[in-house]
Design a protein around this ligand. Structure first.
Ligand code: MRU
Length: 356
C-alpha cells in the first residue's frame, strides 16, 4: 500500500507540520501550526483539505490549544467550538472533535495535554489503517474488471480523494494504488473540479506515482461515460446520511447521473468517520457555500514560476459557489468502506454500533 511521499500532517515537538495544499501543484511546501488559530486557519483556508485530513487536523488543533492556552475546561470548550465551525460539510471534523471531547473532558487537567496528543495521533493512525483497508476492498472490484478486459481498467474520479486528502493512501485512490502495486493496468480519468481544481491535485499525485491518467474539464465527463470509455467511477465522500445519500465535492452528482444513464457502476469510497447516522437523508446535510470569489478568480503559475491569481469575471459579478452536492443513494452502486463493500442502504448492518 502506498506510503505518503510527504506526510500531509505530523507532529513535530510542540507543533504540527502540514503540507500546504494551497500551493500545490506548483510548490511543495510545508507550514507549521503552533496555535489553535493556526489549525483553524489551515482547515478554513484549505491548506489542509479532504474529509479525513480535516478531522485529523482538528484533533491536533485541540492539542495545540491545550498546549498554548492551558488545559482548562474553558480552553477545551473554546477549541471545540472554534474548530467545529471551520468547515460545515465533512462530518469527519465533528467526528474527530467528539472523539477528542470524550477522551479529554473527564480527565484531570494535568493529564489532558498528553492525552490530547495521544488521541490525535490515534486518529491519524486510525485513518492510515482505514485507507489501507478501503484500498484492499476496492482492489477486489478492480481485479474483477481487469479479468474481463484486455486493456487497462479505466476509472473515473472527481475532486481529490487520494493521499493528500487523508493521513494514509487516500479513499477513492487507495484501490488505484493497490491495483498498481499488484501490477494491474489502470488508467484514471480525473476531472479538474472547478472552482478549486482539486482534480489538479489528483493529477499531481498520480503523476508522481506513475499511474497513467487523463485530466479532463469537468464538463467532458458525461461524454466519456456515454462513449463507454470508463469502466467504473469511484469518488470520496464528505458525509454519508443514514439512507446512503452522499455529499461530496460539487460535480459528483452530475457524474453519478451520467454514469447511471450510461450503465457504468458508480461507487463511493469512505471511512467510518464519514458516516452520519444522525443525519436521516441527504437533504439534512449542510452544504458549504464558499463565496463568489473562488468562482470569479483562478490561481495558477506564471511563466516566471510565481503563483498568481487572475480575475475570470469582473469583481461585481454575481456568482454562487456551493462547494458540495448530494448524490442520492439510488445512483450509488455500493459504498467501499474499511469493513467491506455494501449497498448504500445496508450501511447500518456493517456499522451497528454507530446506529443510535
Ligand atoms: O473541499 P475539499 O477539497 O475539502 O473537498 C474534498 C472532497 O470533496 C473529497 O472528495 C472528499 O473529502 C473525500 S476525501 C477522501
Amino acid at each position: 500500500m502506498l506510503k505518503q511521499p510527504i506526510p500531509t500532517l505530523h507532529r513535530d515537538g510542540d507543533t504540527v507540520v502540514i503540507l500546504d495544499q494551497t500551493l500545490l501543484p506548483f510548490r511543495t511546501q510545508t507550514a507549521v501550526l503552533r496555535t489553535l488559530a493556526d489549525a483553524a486557519h489551515a482547515i478554513h483556508s484549505m491548506q489542509v483539505r479532504g474529509a479525513p485530513l480535516i478531522g485529523a487536523t482538528a484533533a491536533f488543533g485541540v492539542a495545540l490549544a491545550l498546549r498554548h492556552e492551558g488545559s482548562t475546561d474553558e480552553t477545551l470548550t473554546r477549541a471545540l467550538e472554534v474548530l467545529g465551525t471551520t468547515r460545515p460539510t465533512a462530518v469527519n471534523l465533528q467526528w474527530a472533535l467528539a472523539r477528542m471531547q470524550r477522551t479529554l473532558r473527564h480527565l484531570p487537567r494535568t493529564q489532558r495535554l498528553a492525552a490530547a496528543w495521544a488521541e490525535a495521533a490515534a486518529i491519524r493512525a486510525d485513518d492510515v489503517a482505514t485507507c489501507a483497508a478501503i484500498g484492499g476492498h476496492g482492489l477486489a472490484l478492480i481485479r474483477e474488471l481487469a479479468a474481463r478486459r484486455d486493456g487497462p481498467v479505466r476509472l473515473m474520479t472527481h475532486c481529490n480523494a487520494g493521499w493528500l486528502a487523508t493521513c494514509g493512501a487516500g479513499t477513492a485512490l487507495a484501490p488505484v494504488y493497490a491495483a498498481q502495486a499488484e501490477g494491474i493496468a489502470i488508467e484514471v480519468v480525473v476531472s479538474e473540479t472547478r472552482p478549486r481544481n482539486q482534480g489538479l491535485l489528483t493529477a499531481w499525485e498520480l503523476r508522481a506515482a506513475a499511474v497513467p491518467h487523463l485530466l479532463i474539464a469537468d464538463n467532458a465527463a458525461g461524454l466519456l461515460l456515454m462513449r463507454g470509455e470508463v469502466d467504473l467511477v469511484i469518488t470520496g465522500a464528505d458525509r454519508i446520511a443514514a439512507n446512503g445519500d452522499t455529499a461530496n465535492k460539487v460535480g459528483t452528482y452530475l457524474k453519478a447521473l451520467a454514469a447511471h444513464a450510461a450503465g457504468v457502476p458508480f461507487y463511493i469510497a469512505a471511512p467510518h468517520s464519514t458516516l452520519d447516522f444522525a443525519c436521516p437523508t441527504g437533504a439534512d446535510i449542510p452544504i458549504e457555500d464558499r463565496g463568489a470569489s473562488e468562482v470569479c478568480r483562478i490561481r495558477g503559475s506564471t511563466e516566471a514560476g510565481d503563483i498568481a491569481e487572475l480575475e475570470l469575471a469582473p469583481p461585481a459579478t454575481c456568482a454562487a459557489n456551493p462547494a458540495f452536492d448530494v448524490t442520492p443513494a439510488a445512483l450509488i452502486r455500493a459504498i467501499i468502506t474499511e469493513r467491506g463493500i455494501v449497498a448504500p442502504g445496508e450501511l447500518a448492518r456493517l456499522y451497528p454500533e454507530e446506529v443510535r
